[in-house]
Design a protein around this ligand. Structure first.
Ligand code: SAM
Length: 312
């Protein structure tokens, strides 16, 4: 491996100490760390690690009882869904959205919380590269330890752009970073709205916040909190659905199986401090902020929008 590029990608023949992924004929996956003299035991006999070490990845090998296994180094998207987990991980389809839509770039200064198992951390570190910064916050020490192991394993060492702080983001962010010094913030936690004031302080003008949440109630609360803050642009909430296709001769159709839900995303940009985002010109939907609504309200709501019940 070229240890200096910090991409997590290894090249050249497989070596002892590296992780490889074995996939059998039924698509079952096994990640193993290569060790001289060791045997990987399958339900169809064994495979000697020595028969893998020294070969270029991308071959198939037979176990002693005739099982067929495809051998490659795991990709980042494969590593994060098979690594040890403390908390739920951001799935690759959403990590890709976060990297693209929050406009991550080499050299960016990024804050993320919580770090959980470190899945998103790997994508962020790859996007910012060794000259950027990923400052991760996690309030549970046991999760931070799992994330450390995963991230170190993926990059083959301690990534020079990574900082990990154990503690609550809302309390620690201002202590760790100067106001206006951060380009991007990613929130993946139960109550991201509690961190909005701290996030607004640390973000540079034009900086982006992106929140990843699992439920519609969380999506409503974080969106309204960003709106009510006043110094973020109109939040953009969305989700992505990925559907695989079955392509075989004349049978070309969507796959019957699909991951129906992972999470929702919402992004907004930081205005320069002291500058309010323009108030939306369009009237809110009838009852949207009526007497039944309990959450934060955007500034500049017409009085008629506040006293309507939801059904009027
Ligand atoms: C869903 S997990 C994050 C998963 C992570 N993004 C990944 O891809 O592996 C949510 C994490 O946020 C942490 N957390 C929740 N609120 C937090 C806060 N205010 N500050 C720091 N960490 C927090 C939790 O302990 C948990 O580990």
């Amino acid at each position: 491996m070229n240890h200096n590029d910090w991409s997590g990608v290894r090249r050249g023949p497989l070596a002892a100490g590296e992780w490889v992924r074995l996939v059998d004929a039924k698509g079952r996956k096994h990640n193993i760390c290569l060790e001289v003299g060791k045997t990987f035991h399958t339900n169809r006999g064994g495979i000697s690690h020595d028969d893998l070490i020294g070969r270029d990845e991308g071959f198939s090998i037979a176990s002693t009882s005739g099982g067929e296994y495809l051998v490659f180094r795991p990709l980042l998207s494969e590593f994060v869904v098979s690594m040890p987990r403390g908390a739920a991980v951001v799935y690759p389809k959403d990590a890709a959205q976060i990297v693209a839509m929050a406009d991550m770039f080499p050299g960016a200064r990024v804050v993320e919380a919580g770090v959980g198992s470190g899945a998103l951390t790997c994508s962020l570190l790859r996007a910012v590269g060794p000259d950027g910064l990923v400052s991760s916050f996690e309030r549970r020490e046991e999760f931070a330890d799992i994330a450390k192991q995963n991230v170190h394993q993926f990059f083959g060492g301690v990534h020079p752009a990574w900082q990990l702080t154990v503690g609550d983001l809302a309390e620690e962010l201002g202590r760790c970073h100067e106001p206006g010094s951060i380009d991007r913030v990613v929130l993946d936690m139960l109550a991201p709205w509690e961190c909005v004031p701290a996030v607004a302080d640390c973000l540079a003008p034009g900086g982006i916040v992106v929140a990843y949440v699992a439920t519609t109630t969380q999506l409503g609360r974080i969106t309204e909190t960003l709106r009510a803050h006043g110094e973020f642009t109109e939040p953009l909430p969305w989700e992505t659905l990925v559907r695989e296709w079955h392509v075989e001769g004349l049978a070309v159709r969507p796959s019957h199986k699909m991951n129906g839900h992972t999470g929702f995303l919402v992004t907004a940009r930081r205005m320069a401090p002291g500058n309010q985002a323009p108030v939306k010109k369009r009237r809110p939907a009838p009852g949207a902020y009526g007497v039944d609504y309990q959450g934060p309200r955007p500034v500049g709501l017409p009085p008629s929008a506040v006293d309507q019940p939801v059904d009027s």
